[in-house]
Design a protein around this ligand. Structure first.
Ligand code: FRU
Length: 528
């Protein structure tokens, strides 16, 4: 169910009345209690090392930039409820993208509308003249969404606006002549502007999602934007959201490509919503893709709206990003009580070329390793049937690193099982003859809160032709992130067992699975 139809369900309730009032013309800056309170962060299903809001609803990561030693994260936030509502930009900052400090809300709804997704750039040369040479402004681009217009079906209720900060991202001033990109063509889905600097033409390029395609705009000052081109797939009528565009060096060479990320609201590989990408060329006006259809940044159901950090120092040079670890099919009814949703781990992207094929690989950022605690080294293992793994770790907060000897593995299928004493489980399975991996969460909770969540076993293609297969699995209370062969494939999935999973086992069917090395790390939490 999309969030829009979900919201309709609530239309007779007092909640919606509050929502509508909150986003009409009469609202100026809304006053909410911005005090950051102490929280135990040990509620049921609370991730211990993934970013979550202290309370209430969160979706997409927004406006991420690095400035003066701090990584900033803004996010779609509704401070009044655990379901989606008039969007604000919540705010947090970090020294390492791993440990986060919650900060007061960055952007509030106003007379034009609520604040939907977008990006932020550090305007180092003060091209916007909104700051000074010595104190460059940080400029956020976002969509103003107006509920009155949506209700009246005006079709131009989404417009692009900007806000700027002169104090490193704490206080934001909305530009007084917003919107900067009005919706003159009246496109119903017209949102999520993200900006990148294009060095060759010395222009800012803004990419936004316009229903079944993206549109590009150019500007010299982040304020006056000119439409330059659009890009889509012929015949594709799916809804595109949260695009991102950036140049990237091909790993191990000087070759540069442009990557266009788009999140897709429907018909992802495992249904529902997912993040995809194209690799191609961008000449300052047009994007041309090497590939006809997009590839998937993550094959799991729960990595949406993945976007990257702006202004990462050149000498660092990494492409860093994060996604929302949920899916619109069920995000609003997952059984967490105080808050809803987490972000994925921060990830580094690499562009890998093999023959003429370009692919994005992703792995948790290296800073994540600082959370590793005690190591249980199980060495080489031969698995036939099932083996419970024991050591200095708890199954619900751990990282496993397995290297499978594929050449000498006779078992056709093998994998990992997490379970609790209620008989609930999550199964990760690799099947050689089918050339696939599977995540089965259909039995991960007795009380099935959503049909869609439990309906299918999810899968991804795996190449079993190599001599070895490396599988890295990171488990955090209610999520698993799987990275195959150094990030060549990633798979993110959430689950909500009635009680935490306490047992971790390896299994093999129809023969022996040979594991060359098995390591398990206990992982520290980030919330004290
Ligand atoms: C993606 C999205 C965006 C929109 C935001 C609203 O998850 O639908 O397109 O800006 O969520 O919260």
């Amino acid at each position: 169910m999309s969030k829009y139809s979900f919201l309709k369900l609530f239309s007779l309730t007092a909640l919606v009345i509050v929502l509508l009032i909150a986003c009409t013309d009469v609202v100026t800056e809304k006053i909410v209690d911005n005090t950051i309170t102490q929280n135990s962060y040990h509620e049921k299903h609370r991730p211990q090392f993934h970013f979550t809001p202290e309370a209430n609803w969160m979706n997409d990561p927004n406006g991420m930039f690095y400035y003066e030693g701090k990584y900033h994260l803004f996010y779609q936030y509704f401070p009044d409820s655990t379901v989606w509502g008039p969007m604000h930009w919540g705010h947090a900052e970090s020294n390492d993208m791993v440990h986060w400090k919650h900060l007061p809300i960055g952007l509030f709804p106003d007379s034009i509308g609520c604040i939907f997704s977008g990006g932020a750039v550090v305007d180092n040369n003060n091209t916007s003249k909104l700051g000074t040479e010595t104190n460059p402004p940080i400029v956020a681009t976002f969509t103003h969404h107006n509920f009155d217009g949506e209700k009246a079906k005006t079709n131009d209720f989404q417009k692009q606006s900007i806000a700027y900060s002169l104090d490193g991202g704490s206080k934001w001033i909305k530009y007084k002549h917003n919107p900067v990109i009005p919706n003159t063509d009246k496109i119903k889905d017209f949102r999520d502007p993200k900006v990148v600097w294009h060095e060759e033409t010395k222009k800012w390029i803004l990419v936004l999602a316009a229903y079944d395609r993206v549109k590009f705009y150019a500007s010299t000052n982040l304020i006056d934007w000119k439409f330059i081109s659009d890009f889509g797939i012929k015949g594709d009528k799916r809804l595109w959201e949260c695009p991102d565009l950036f140049p990237m060096k091909v790993e191990g060479s000087k070759e540069e490509k442009w990557v266009l990320i788009v999140s897709i609201q429907k018909e992802a590989p495992n249904e529902g919503t997912a993040t995809s990408y194209f690799v191609g060329e961008f000449n300052g006006t047009e994007f041309k893709s090497e590939i006809e259809s997009q590839k998937w940044l993550d094959w799991g159901t729960d990595n949406y709206a993945f976007v990257t950090w702006n202004n990462v120092p050149k000498k660092d040079g990494r492409i860093l990003g994060m996604g929302w670890m949920s899916n619109w099919q069920y995000a609003q009814i997952v059984p967490t009580e105080k808050w809803r949703s987490a972000m994925t781990l921060p990830r580094e992207l690499k562009l890998i070329k093999s023959e003429s094929n370009y692919a994005l690989h992703s792995l948790p950022v290296k800073e994540f390793k600082s959370l590793r605690g005690k190591l249980t080294s199980l060495g080489a293992l031969e698995i036939s049937d099932e083996k419970i793994l024991e050591g200095d770790f708890s199954a619900a907060q751990s990282e496993l690193d397995l290297t499978i000897d594929l050449k000498n593995t006779r078992a056709n299928s093998f994998g990992l099982k997490l379970q609790n004493d209620l008989g609930e489980n999550l199964v990760v399975k690799f099947n050689k003859s089918e050339g696939k991996m599977y995540i089965d969460r259909t039995n991960s909770r007795k009380n099935k809160f959503s049909e869609e969540f439990f309906k299918n076993i999810h899968s991804a293609p795996i190449d079993f032709e190599n001599e070895k297969l490396n599988i890295r699995l990171i488990i955090d209370a209610a999520s698993i992130e799987i990275f195959i062969d150094n990030g060549a494939l990633s798979f993110t999935s959430i689950f909500f067992p009635t009680k935490d999973f306490t047992t971790m086992s390896l299994f093999a069917n129809d023969g022996v699975a040979k594991i060359m090395e098995a390591k398990i790390y206990a992982l520290d939490g980030i919330w004290n």
